[in-house]
Design a protein around this ligand. Structure first.
Ligand code: STR
Length: 417
């Protein structure tokens, strides 16, 4: 049909839409485009339209708004069948019933045990284990150097550490860690064909269900057993709910912390003055961790929430049934929150702790304290053991994986010094 008005209207609508590209290498460019597009930006996620929030203040407001929910059935495009399980990002949203997908009082019921198990005080008990894992992996790093002295810090150190920690917490046997790492790598990569992704998610469901059944028969002192045994006011969690929580914690506990540790190392190596100040004890490692979380968050975009009513945000209106992404990378670079130099990495920045990388409101990351403990042990131990650590290739040659939601490097080749 030749209808100039409709075409013009379509072009108009397309004009303001930013395509979020999993293949992007210039992530800073994409982040700046989103931030500059306004408080709310229209995005295209592999052919699916959504809103994204790009600013700190408005995200903070939306994350406590009960009219935005996690339940995929509130999504118009899902109800109408436009979005199906064939969409490569569906696993990020339709992830089974868990604390990640439910709101309100049910959400509290699903989440209480987990947040109680991960308080800073409770985590003190596992600090020695994390230190031991770290030392073992530093030995492994030393041993893995090739003839040219090069070793992949990601594969040998940053990746196994969080898996060991979350595996210990949840009671996942070491023999399964390599399988899980492989499966999650394929899950997050947008190059994995969708039928393979759905098949691996089904396999993981079987794996986690078997684990929950085993722990039901023989509870131990891990968090999976605690979730199974939780009373929750006479309303214990179902098997499906325990499985959902277990899946969420393994995926989140492992994937995001890899990014935190590597992004911090990368930031320090490309800002040698700041590395020197930390190594000289002029400023603490906690400053490095917080500024990395703000400046180069592991989670670029978090999918997704849905409006149960029309919602006005700034000059825009999110319509009932529309999807909303939270773009944490752009939020960390918000100049109103962090000043005109928000794009600079600066561990002395006064607002370095006032980032929103762990979210806000009822769904705020329950593992935040754990990731801080892990990075707070791993980083000083790594630089303590290898003070001459340096990149084996120019920084520009570090490639980002084709992942939509995480800032994930393919490899991080280093020389230990
Ligand atoms: C991966 C697939 C799965 O089985 C369960 C979940 C639920 C938790 C999600 C996880 C997902 C993907 C990565 C997330 C994590 C919560 C925090 C983590 C989104 C969908 C972040 O990147 C912040």
């Amino acid at each position: 049909m030749n209808c100039p008005h409709a075409e013009a209207a379509q072009a108009d609508r397309n004009a303001g839409v930013i395509t979020v590209d999993p293949m992007v290498q210039d992530l800073d460019g994409e982040t700046a485009r989103l931030r500059d597009a306004g408080v709310l930006a229209r995005i295209d996620l592999l052919g699916v339209p959504a809103w994204t929030v790009t600013r700190h203040a408005e995200a903070r407001q939306l994350l406590v708004d009960p009219r935005l929910v996690k339940d995929i059935d509130a999504w118009g495009l899902w109800q109408s069948g436009v979005v199906t399980r064939a969409w490569p990002l569906i696993g990020m949203i339709d992830a089974g019933r868990s604390m990640f997908t439910v709101d309100g009082s049910e959400h509290r019921r699903l989440r209480t045990k987990t947040s109680q198990a991960l308080t800073p005080r409770r985590l003190e008990a596992i600090r020695p284990d994390i230190e031991k894992f770290t030392e073992e992996l530093l030995d492994a790093l030393d041993a893995a150097q090739g003839e040219d002295g090069v070793v992949d810090l990601k594969a040998v150190f940053a990746q196994p550490l969080p898996m060991k920690v979350v595996g210990m917490l949840m009671g996942v046997d070491e023999s399964q860690h390599a399988m899980l790492t492989r499966q999650y790598k394929a899950f997050f990569s947008m190059l994995t064909p969708q039928d393979e992704r759905l098949a691996l998610l089904a396999e993981l469901d079987v794996f986690y269900t078997d684990l929950v059944r085993e722990k039901t028969a023989r509870p131990t002192d891990d968090l999976t057993s605690a979730l199974i045994l939780a009373e929750e006011g006479g309303d214990p969690l179902t098997e499906e709910e325990v499985v959902g929580n277990l899946k969420a914690m393994v995926a989140a506990g492992h994937e995001t912390t890899i990014g935190l540790v590597l992004n911090a190392v990368r930031a320090l190596l490309s800002h040698p003055d700041q590395l020197r100040a930390v190594l000289a004890g002029e400023i603490g490692w906690d400053a490095v961790v917080e500024e990395t979380l703000r400046w180069d968050t592991p989670t670029t975009h978090l999918l997704m929430r849905f409006a149960t009513e029309d919602l006005a945000v700034g000059d825009e209106m999110i319509r009932k049934g529309e999807g909303v992404v939270i773009s944490y990378r752009a939020i960390g670079r918000d100049t109103e929150q962090h000043g005109p130099d928000a794009d600079a990495f600066d561990i002395t920045r006064p607002t370095r702790n006032r980032h929103m990388t762990f979210g806000h409101g009822p769904h705020i990351c329950p593992g935040a304290a754990l990731s801080r403990v892990e990075a707070g042990i791993a980083l000083p131990a790594l630089f303590g053991r290898f003070p001459g650590l340096r990149l084996a290739v120019p920084d520009e040659e570090i490639t980002k994986l084709p992942v939509m939601t995480q800032n994930d490097m393919a490899a991080f080749p280093v020389l230990l010094g």
